[in-house]
Design a protein around this ligand. Structure first.
Ligand SMILES: [Zn+2]
Length: 346
């Protein structure tokens, strides 16, 4: 997979440039379609807007589904305030300090875009002596538009309305030392990895052991991403999503993280053992970890009533749901495990 590492990193950069909060994913799905068409890979779009690529295997009556989600965190205009500022609501789960000071773009229904900054209502230490103590919650945060607006009517004249989507600046950077820093590496790092895997299978004419579906979901951050449209013969579901390194965690930005248990309970034990056995046999750096405050597309699908063995793996993403970071090594080891899994027997 080393040969595809640069391609995967390029695609991760490209994906982070396309805003895609849950509910606003048609454009990023369109971008994925253009790549898949160029690769001459078959896919379909579900009613909900997910994209599913299917590659036939040596066996086609049993199928595997591998997911990554294209949707991200974001915000939505909640109220146009009398002073021309904008109150917003969250899309997905994050802390206000993770977005305070961030540049953003508001897109109107007729697709005009305006820039602004997300700030607290007491943004200057020269004016507000209690700025530091101010609780960072939705009531105390707002978008300050980069427009000459002083009252609600000024904002309305721009065409901005309640319900407009707000995108965060992702500030994507790739360092000489191999780190990738950006918002929304959850889960665009995994989507970029799966693009590399699809290209690897296609260009090398590799046939998966079982028919394999790559499921790019679009409502994961709000909890129901892969709850529907899973190919019915799926007997194993492998979610590719971020590992969570940090204090007290076993995960790493430099390895593939294998989740043993998250808030939905333990993942399939036999499936996990098999993934670990592949890592050991192929010298893939892996870490096993628990994520008590985490759910995945696999857990969403299980809760929706699907019957399959589920596992969750991914590169470690530091400072998740904030300004995130991962490393080329974690991407490579995750890609290697997926590539080996696809050609392995269950
Ligand atoms: Zn995720």
């Amino acid at each position: 997979m080393e040969q595809y590492l640069d391609y995967m990193v390029e695609q991760i950069k490209a994906l982070t440039r396309i805003p895609s909060p849950s509910g606003y994913t048609a454009k990023i799905v369109g971008y994925m379609e253009s790549l898949l068409k160029a690769m001459q890979v078959d896919y379909r779009i579900t009613n909900k807007g997910s994209l599913i690529v299917t590659i036939d295997g040596k066996t086609n009556h049993r199928e595997r589904t591998i997911s990554a989600h294209l949707d991200t965190l974001g915000a939505m205009v909640k109220e146009l305030k009398s002073d021309g500022r904008i109150r917003f609501d969250k899309i997905g789960g994050y802390l206000m300090n993770a977005v305070e000071g961030e540049n953003c773009v508001i897109e109107t229904l007729d697709e005009r875009q305006y820039t602004g900054t997300i700030l607290s209502i007491k943004p200057s230490v020269h004016i507000h002596s209690d700025a530091g103590e101010l609780k960072r919650d939705l009531d105390n945060m707002e978008v300050v538009l980069d427009e000459k607006v002083e009252k609600k009517e000024d904002v309305e004249k721009l065409g901005i309305n309640v319900g407009d989507f707000i995108f965060f600046d992702t500030r994507t950077q790739v360092t000489e030392s191999g780190f990738i820093k950006s918002r929304h590496l959850d889960d665009k790092a995994s989507a970029g990895i799966l693009l590399g895997i699809i290209r690897h299978l296609k260009e090398r004419g590799i046939t998966p052991e079982y028919r394999t579906n790559f499921y790019f979901s679009v409502f994961e951050e709000v909890g129901h991403g892969a709850a529907a449209s899973i190919p019915p013969n799926t007997f194993e579901f492998l979610a590719i999503d971020m590992g969570a390194p940090g204090k007290g965690q076993n995960s790493s930005e430099f390895a593939v993280c294998i989740c043993a248990k998250d808030s939905s309970g333990p993942y399939n034990y036999e499936f996990r053992k098999r993934l670990v056995a592949i890592c050991r046999a192929k010298n893939i750096d892996y870490r096993i970890d628990l994520y008590p405050s985490y759910g995945s597309d696999a857990s969403a699908a299980l809760k929706a009533g699907h019957d399959f063995k589920a596992a969750l793996i991914g590169t470690g993403v530091f400072a998740s749901h904030s300004y995130e970071r991962t490393h080329r090594d974690g991407i490579l080891h995750t890609a290697r495990l997926i590539a080996e899994y696809i050609v392995s027997k269950s």
